[in-house]
Design a protein around this ligand. Sequence first.
Ligand code: 5GP
Length: 119
Amino acid sequence: MKNYDENNIFNKILRNEIECEKIQENQDNLSFNDINKQAPVHVLTIPKNKYANFNSFAENASDKEICSFFRSVLEVAEKMKIKDSGFRIIINCGPDSNQEVPHLHAHVLGGKNLGSILG
Ligand code: 5GP
């Protein structure tokens, strides 16, 4: 994929070069605990295909991939028992969002009342 940094940390996780605490996995996506939790539940869901950010994903991914990605987030919420108590999905994209890792990821946060959206 154009403009994709092969050496980003999440691609290393996908290549099994770096360990992660896996929460959920299927053919299209992998979900694992964030190394620096911002809430009792803080899971990252990433597609296995190489998309640097949300723009690239929304522009280039198939309908199946996009659907599968959000279904994986739902599975994470179910597995972490936050589906009914509530949760927040954050996708940072680009410089103003301070996106650190250039491989699309959704933060799935919950397990307590998360307060206002920008904290
Ligand atoms: P961003 O700012 O790009 O939206 O979020 C990147 C997230 O990746 C941060 O919350 C950070 O804690 C997490 N992270 C960075 N490096 C690693 C790592 O090696 N393993 C895991 N599990 N999470 C990481």
